[in-house]
Design a protein around this ligand. Sequence first.
Ligand code: ADP
Ligand code: MG
Length: 207
Amino acid sequence: MKIAIANQKGGTGKTTVCITFEHYLRSKNLISLNIDFDIQLSWYNSWLSATTEGEEQETVVSPADLNKSKSILQQIKDYPGIVLFDLAGSIANNNLSHVLHECDLILCPFQYEAKSFASTLTFLTLLEQMHVQASIVTIPNMVQSNVSYGIKEQVQAEFKKYATIAPEIKHWVDMQRINYTNINKRVIENTTPTFDFISENFLLNIK
Ligand SMILES: Nc1ncnc2c1ncn2[C@@H]1O[C@H](COP(=O)(O)OP(=O)(O)O)[C@@H](O)[C@H]1O
Ligand SMILES: [Mg+2]
């Protein structure tokens, strides 16, 4: 099963979801193959900086060149388990859209604010126009408990036309600059309802 964490909007929490979702799957004994297609390689570097120098360790996150996505996808075509892709960038990039076409599930973090709404809605519309086969799940991220978001209803009404909306991930200080060394109990508590929802509804046949 191939899962992209994608949104053309930057800073919505894609890499944060990659790190925490991979950690969640691991806690359920689901070891995913993790491919960082973002040119910034934040996911890969987060893993790399948490590894001990000189020690032999299994590779958890692999850096990958989006320009070589076709041959990479060909290599993992028959991979039996879950594959996660961190997929930043514009949908106009053919290599990126090619990856999206190969996915079974697209997770799309966003914020309840005007720019994120507009950009994410464009992204969802383009996915529909591309006729991607994947199920699409939007994840409200960085939701502040003490803020009432005037835009929330409108966002939900629009996104529902294209995607499922997962339970929200709260804006918590512990989530800031998350990396492989600081996934604590609060981070797990903050993300587990979202990932349980995704797991129960979209990963049904995965062992
Ligand atoms: N739920 C959250 N609460 C607080 N900070 C968050 C949360 N999610 C993401 N962040 C922070 O927001 C910034 C952008 O997130 P990141 O995952 O790097 O976005 P993207 O990969 O989409 O560009 C990072 O500094 C990250 O630590
Ligand atoms: Mg990122």
